[in-house]
Design a protein. Structure first.
Length: 109
């Protein structure tokens, strides 16, 4: 299980393209929790909400989990702890990549 407070290494900064799939443009900072492995033998992936500049690292709280129902991995969503987002806002913000998957979003208190 991933802790609620995370240190995210950003490997796909805001306003960049996916290294293999050039049709995916990152409208959020996207990275991983170093050392926390998931079922796909990769580090746990994290979307970073609200920050409007490219980042290299991010330390804050997990506010939601995107459970992909047709894939082996879940995605975490992190933001400053004082920020609140609805399921609809998270779905809209992550649609640039999540549109290719069926998923359910669980908000974390």
């Amino acid at each position: 299980m991933i802790p609620k407070h995370v240190h995210v290494v950003i490997d796909r900064p805001l306003w960049t393209y996916h290294p293999k799939h050039k049709n995916i443009f990152y409208s959020l900072n996207y990275g991983y929790v170093d050392g926390v492995m998931w079922w796909d033998w990769e580090e746990q992936d994290v979307y970073v909400m609200w920050i409007d500049e490219p980042l290299e690292i991010f330390d804050w709280d997990v506010i939601a989990v995107i459970h992909r129902t047709n894939d082996v991995e879940d995605k975490r969503v992190a933001a400053p702890k004082w920020m609140k987002f609805s399921v609809e806002e998270i779905r809209e913000q992550t649609a640039f990549q999540e549109q290719f998957f069926d998923s359910e979003i669980e908000l974390v208190d």
